[in-house]
Design a protein around this ligand. Structure first.
Ligand SMILES: O=P(O)(O)OC[C@@H](O)[C@@H](O)c1c[nH]c2ccccc12
Length: 255
């Protein structure tokens, strides 16, 4: 289950290699009961996964927030689930942020660069309902990580950015598929990526939950996702707003 990270280029490779060097398994507390991430996204209309992210490689510092206050504001604003960055160096996150965000009662996605199966057990033990699996990192190991996620009781958001990665994700049996508009090697965003690969996934017979990720800023952009996507993941645009609840309500009023 060791992904081969030597050949992963750009920012993504750098972050992931650092993360791998830091993994040191330790005894974990028994996992708490958590709500279902998958079910939360399957409600009517386009579900929003709102992200708690203090900084990022593309934006630099975004804001300092208390993850509990942010989580409560997002819940009031209509989010169906939350994504919490736990990567410390480039995103300023931590597992404590995950624990604090649980206070809002919404299902949590552990947003990190999972490169070791222990990180999945850890996510579950700290109260996540789901974890992100990045196909650009895990490659042919994606299926093994999906199985491990299932074994520990986590949903997996399997993230792709190219047609080749989509094939790997479908072959691995992904049930929740995320299409990232952002190329994690270069950080460039292209909003045509999600609809293009989303449509291709459906054409290939994918009947699971489809999530569009990254770069969304307007109600109009969200409206364009309706009918194809079950959910959208929004981070920076919300985090930059003073009033998280108002910003999310504003975006959703257009949908
Ligand atoms: O802040 P944005 O552009 O709204 O994007 C959110 C989310 O999609 C993005 O943070 C993300 C998508 N995939 C990732 C993988 C690792 C780190 C971060 C991400």
């Amino acid at each position: 289950m060791r992904p081969d990270l030597k050949k992963v280029p750009g920012v993504l490779g750098e972050i992931a290699r650092k993360r791998l060097a830091e993994v040191r398994p330790y005894p974990l507390p028994p996992p708490p009961p958590v709500p279902s991430f998958r079910e939360a996204l399957l409600g009517p209309g386009l579900s929003v996964i709102a992200e708690i992210k203090k900084k990022s490689p593309s934006q630099g510092p975004i804001r300092e927030v208390d993850p509990l206050e942010a989580a409560l504001a997002y819940a009031r604003g209509g989010a169906k689930a939350l994504s919490v960055l736990t990567e410390p160096h480039w995103f300023g996150g931590s597992l404590e942020d995950l624990v604090r965000a649980r206070g809002a009662g919404l299902p949590l996605l552990r947003k990190d660069f999972v490169v070791d199966p222990f990180m999945l057990e850890e996510a579950r033990a700290f109260g996540a309902s789901a974890a992100l699996l990045i196909v650009a990192l895990l490659g042919e190991e994606t299926g093994a990580y999906l199985e491990e996620a299932r074994r520990v009781g986590l949903d997996a958001l399997v993230e792709v950015h190219t047609e080749r990665e989509l094939e790997v994700a479908l072959e691995a049996g992904a049930e929740i598929l995320g299409v990232n508009n952002r190329d994690l090697h270069t950080l460039a965003i292209d909003l045509t990526t999600a609809p293009r690969l989303g449509r291709l996934a459906r054409k290939r017979g994918f009947s699971g939950v489809l999530v569009a990720e990254s770069g969304y800023r307007t109600g109009e952009e969200l409206r364009a996702l309706e009918g194809l996507f079950d959910a959208v993941l929004i981070g920076t645009n919300l985090m930059e707003a003073k009033d998280l609840e108002g910003a999310l309500k504003g975006l959703l009023s257009g949908v």
